[in-house]
Design a binder for this molecule. Structure first.
Ligand SMILES: O=P(O)(O)O[C@H]1[C@H](OP(=O)(O)O)[C@@H](OP(=O)(O)O)[C@H](O)[C@@H](O)[C@H]1OP(=O)(O)O
Length: 569
């Protein structure tokens, strides 16, 4: 016969009173159970954080916001997919844990009795884009459409000049499509009813677009970790790479697990549920999905309240303070960040190689767009010989790329965005040092995280061969390329390290990316270790490509790749 569930108020009393989270809402009682605000929680869920949707109105890009006597000629977007379903393994972990905990009925946690992972996060939908994810990308598309209205008026979509490129995962392709629905809403290439009278009545409600994708393993820009065997062999999961994260977890997680277990002890001193450190991490992940997917912090997130210390049991409330609950969230956020800092971030210099293809194509695309002889009517530079076919495939008005959290982390590491002070993230930092750390995945890689670039060309730059100067050789050469590039992270302008201002001069922008390693030899450095052969590049202990570029013995360094060992000191 099934054992009766121990319940509070029954034979088995839980040692500590539980108050219903519902009581935390003013409507239920004047006594508010301490708990951080939803907006605070949303901003501390690491890579499961919801995108910080800005309700602010987006104004069209106007003259005041542009460099004097310049015109906007190109847009770039590199974007993580929107909110997704948990992976199948996550969903199974949620089900296992909920079945373990629901054995004990706890007031305020009645939701556990009817919370079924398979209903809420079906394993058959593992890692698919969520309805919220559709909305995330549609809204970003609408905000881009608002800011670049004039640009789109001037340069209507066509598949040659606008590139939408996605990783091979459906969540990314669907995100790309959601973005285009918002970005091109109400626009159709050309004016249909002039081209084909009465066509209007039969047009698609959305502008169909061409979305290209590259199979996993061949994609060196977006799902790039699957195309770099050396990263898989020498970085992913390596003991020296996960050392700091494991050291931190060994110190922090057992205490949280014990605190939770202690809350599930009957007055007879019988331990009712034994929580493990893995359970605590699963609760944090489930809290992230509940918030991103449903905006709900009244379920799994509440268990992190129980994982927080109650300072004085004598206190009538038997509740952890809001400050202690925040501390619990911060510990789990730091644990997640330490893992990604070394696996995908600046903690391992080699990770920069996985951002260099994206940087290379960005650099080459901008250079073409800024070229004074760039001719968008032909899709190539007037100076290029006609057999230079591939120029036509590269002269874009917009390139929009949709990938993963690691796409953002590898590329950010390549640009040095979250390592300006060079303070290494470790397991033994002070709370202040953790607060001041630059690498926070809640900020840099929430769902739908994105980086965008606006490219401005001097209006006078348009030139034709007649105006070119004689080059030293026997031909004519176009004037030097000039322009400005502005970078955005999650729709907020960010100064690229090395640029003095938001509007980075092209020459400086190009120099920064080249010194960081654009045009790097991705294939050589990512080739499998396999059996070392004479052409297997040695792995330098250099920490930046700049060190490689600086070294006057450049040729001796060719084939040198950045260190796969974590940075030290
Ligand atoms: O939210 P993160 O960045 O951790 O998501 C990872 C996936 O890890 P998960 O959180 O699902 O455990 C990772 O899946 P994995 O099975 O390879 O661990 C996936 O490869 C990686 O791209 C991230 O997924 P994203 O949501 O597509 O960014």
């Amino acid at each position: 016969m099934a054992q009766p569930r121990p319940v509070i108020g029954g034979q088995e009393h839980l040692q500590t009173h539980f108050s219903s989270p519902a009581e935390s809402s003013p409507s239920h009682s004047s006594k508010k159970v301490p708990f951080p605000s939803s907006s605070w929680i949303r901003a501390h869920l690491a890579s499961k954080s919801p995108y910080p949707h800005e309700s602010k109105k987006v104004k069209p890009l106007n003259k005041e916001d542009m460099p004097l006597d310049h015109e906007l000629v190109q847009l770039h977007l590199i974007c993580r997919h929107g909110t997704r379903y948990p992976s199948t393994s996550n969903s199974i972990a949620f089900r296992t844990l909920s079945e373990k905990i629901r054995k004990v009925e706890v007031p305020g946690f009645e939701w556990l009795q009817t919370w079924h992972a398979e209903t809420i996060y079906p394993t058959t939908k593992g890692a698919l884009l969520a309805p919220q994810g559709d909305s995330d990308l549609y809204q970003i598309g609408r905000r881009f459409a608002g800011r670049y209205k004039d640009f789109l008026d001037q340069h209507p979509y066509d598949a040659n000049t606008y590139q939408f490129y996605s990783s091979g995962k459906s969540r990314c392709r669907q995100s790309a499509y959601g973005f285009t629905v918002g970005f091109l809403e109400g626009r159709h290439a050309g004016d249909l009813d002039k081209i084909v009278p009465k066509m209007k009545s039969r047009t698609s409600p959305v502008q169909p677009v061409d979305i290209s994708t590259v199979p996993l393993g061949l994609d060196k820009e977006l799902a790039v970790k699957f195309a770099c065997p050396r990263w898989t062999e020498s970085v992913k999961g390596q003991p020296k790479v996960v050392y700091e994260a494991n050291t931190y977890d060994d110190r922090v997680l057992p205490e949280l697990a014990e605190q939770l277990s202690n809350r599930y002890v009957s007055q007879g001193g019988v331990a009712l549920v034994n929580f493990t450190r893995k359970d605590v991490q699963t609760i944090y992940t489930a809290c992230g999905f509940e918030m991103s997917f449903y905006g709900n912090d009244k379920t799994w997130c509440q268990l992190l309240r129980l994982a927080s210390p109650v300072r004085s049991l004598e206190s009538r409330d038997h509740h952890a303070s809001e400050e202690d609950i925040k501390s619990t969230f911060l510990k789990l956020e730091i644990s997640s960040d330490l893992s990604r800092y070394y696996t995908y971030g600046p903690g391992v210099p080699f990770n920069r190689h996985l951002g260099c293809k994206l940087a290379t194509s960005l650099l080459e695309s901008i250079e073409l767009a800024l070229a004074p002889d760039a001719d968008y009517s032909t899709g190539r530079r007037t100076s290029s010989s006609h057999d230079d076919e591939d120029d036509a495939s590269k002269l874009f008005r917009g390139q929009f790329k949709f990938g993963h959290s690691e796409t953002i982390m590898f590329f950010s590491s390549f640009l040095g965005l979250y390592n300006k002070k060079g303070v290494r993230m470790t397991a033994t930092m002070t709370p202040e040092q953790y607060e001041e750390r630059e690498f926070k995945t809640s900020d840099l890689s929430p769902f739908a995280a994105n980086m965008a670039f606006e490219v401005f060309r001097p209006k006078a730059a348009k030139s034709s061969p007649r105006k070119w100067r004689l080059s030293d050789e026997d031909g004519l050469s176009p004037p030097p390329i000039q322009g400005k590039v502005r970078m955005f992270v999650n729709e907020e302008p960010m100064i690229l390290p090395g640029c003095e201002t938001e509007l980075c001069d092209w020459v400086m922008f190009k120099s920064i990316l080249e010194r960081a390693g654009a045009r790097c030899d991705f294939e050589t450095c990512c080739s499998s270790l396999g059996s070392p052969s004479e052409d297997t590049p040695s792995l330098a202990r250099l920490e930046t490509m700049g060190e490689i570029m600086q070294d006057e013995n450049q040729d001796e360094l060719d084939g040198i790749c950045l260190a796969v060992d974590p940075i030290t000191g």
